[in-house]
Design a protein around this ligand. Sequence first.
Ligand code: MLT
Length: 320
Amino acid sequence: ALAVSVSAAAQAFPTKPITFVVPFAAGGPTDTVARQLAEAMRKHLDNATIVVDNAAGAGGTIGANKVARAAPDGHTLLVWHIGMAATPALYRKLPYKPLEDFEYLGIINDVPMTLVGKPQLPANTYRDFENYIRANQGKLNLGHAGLGSASHICGVMWQYAVKLDKSMATIAYRGTAPAMNDLIAGTIDVMCDQTTNTTQQIEAGRIKAFAVTTAKPLADHPLLKHYPTLQEMGLKDFNLTIWHGLYAPKGTPAPVLQKLNQALRAALQDPDFKKKQADLGAIVAGPRDPRVTPEGHKAFVAAEISKLKTVIDAAGQYAD
Ligand code: MLT
């Protein structure tokens, strides 16, 4: 009887609107990925309604826990990024276990980051930017989206790479959408943020950009190709790209997981989704990317957890 009821449930899935929990404020990089993904995935879920729930706080761990504790029926999913792997090194007591309390549905994309400054920052090249930060240590502040957010991790890695004597003051926001408002207003000086959030602001001249964080230049992007990589600027080995994944609560029935993974993989091939993401500098995971399978996604995150622990332990003085 159980088998019949499970497969009946899977056949009927979804039986109500699906919620994508985004663990940061609306309008930021994670929210942008979630909303664009929802638009592409619903076409493969009988045009289900997909709503976004911005459950922000504690660098994304509050929203993640909300999904870990949700009913395991496939109607509540988590869209989160590298923070899934960075937060274990930063939060002594996470309310969930990353590798045990979630079902892994697959990786969505990889998003480059940009080092950006307020419009009044007296620098136009990366060299000027780095020299200005060095000359004003302890006086400039960096905005981010909480401990373990992508913007926080990038700030930690960059300060460690340039070996600042004094770590920058930091202002934490519920996401980099509100942080971006303060950067544009000049309330904060610097941020390292994802191209999904910075590309349009750079294009509009509302903020200054100095470099990208990827190992290779973004040669395919008409605007971002003009910015050097941090490796070209002498920070050898600097290579940071923000991957995003999709998760369900542990215990979600296998046929439901399969239907969701299939809808995700179909969305990743959706030309409109790929174009929208590419316009913002993001690269949607390809069909042969091993991370688009549940096993590949989980193995990748497990490796990222240990890699980021090493990085964060080394750069500890910049991480709090
Ligand atoms: C981050 O820094 O982790 C993200 O940009 C936060 C967000 O999506 O707002």
